[in-house]
Design a protein around this ligand. Sequence first.
Ligand code: PMP
Ligand code: GLN
Length: 382
Amino acid sequence: LLSADGSIRSTIFAEMSALASTTGAINLGQGFPDEDGPAEILDAARQAISGGLNQYPPGLGMPVLREAIAAHQKRFYGLEVDADREVLVTAGATEALAATLLALIDDGDEVVTFEPFYDAYGAVIALARGIHRTVPLRLPSFLPDHDELRAAVTDRTRIILINNPHNPTGTALPRETLELIVELAHEHDAIIVTDEVYEHLTFGVPHIPVATLPGARERTVTISSGGKTFNTTGWKIGWLTAPHEIVTAILAVKQFLTFVNGAPFQPAIALGLGLPDEFFEGIARTLQSKRDILSAGLAKAGFDVFTPQAGYFVVADAAPLGYTDAAALCRELPALAGVVGIPISAFCGEQLAAEYSSLVRFAYCKKVDVLERAAAQLARAG
Ligand code: PMP
Ligand code: GLN
């Protein structure tokens, strides 16, 4: 049964990918890369399978991956994480989010997120019987207003759930906002849950993990995933790092969701996390140039473009083209331009959906020739 309030429904991503496949349009809707990541990672998974790593791995995740996650947190952010007590491997960031919220929320506890928000957040908060409060990200920068953030967090708040860098807006949260989040979490004894799946995909701005701020680490669950960094979204290897007691609570839930996951992929992702700096710099550079190709195409077609600082997606306003209903435009776009995008309203509650009704999200994590073709088709149609 789907929920009456619409928080649990078939995902917009599946719907839009189906539209792309029935119409043959270029799929700039669902965010997944159309190219494989590094060959050595793919080889490592093949070797793990032929080497017999095909049975249940340990519940916390394989030691080789937990150690690689801890080493990655140290190398990139200076964070000391205990690989045996403070790391949990999950079925993608999605399971990490679900297990965390199910473990930490009691009926009626409030969860504060930014809005627009990734669709799973609303659904999982509802599954956990929490109450969802949101703070809008305001145009044109898609940053939150600090007074609105202050007002949203109260003693009823159990979790402040942030997504940094943010899907769909591409905002990389500035230090001042993260400081305020830590301050509010202390003031109201809330836990910070931070979804950092786009941590390595920032363009000329730093990624600041909230756990690196003073006083944050002991009340923060940091979630990430191999999918975006290594172009392995289908492997569903994610993880979280948190203080030991919190990991223990989340593990209690995780064991009844999936028990364990993806044995042969775990050593492969471990290898990926240890790749040299040039790899990580290279993926951000390549993606930035893809962002620029698609953004230029959208601008040429007549959209107002909000250039993202990070991630897979660019938000574009169709109002200058005369479209105020992006949901309707997205249904017509395959016929008009042979392209699929996703209306921002899919990431919003009713009120903000109305305010942001002319905004569309396009994914640029695609091959250059695909983006150039999409840009040309959009420009012709515009
Ligand atoms: N969080 C955000 C913000 C995302 O965009 C996505 C989609 N890739 C996920 C979580 C899910 O990640 P995973 O595929 O690792 O479950
Ligand atoms: N995270 C991806 C997006 O925002 C898709 C994930 C999914 O299909 N659930 O498009």
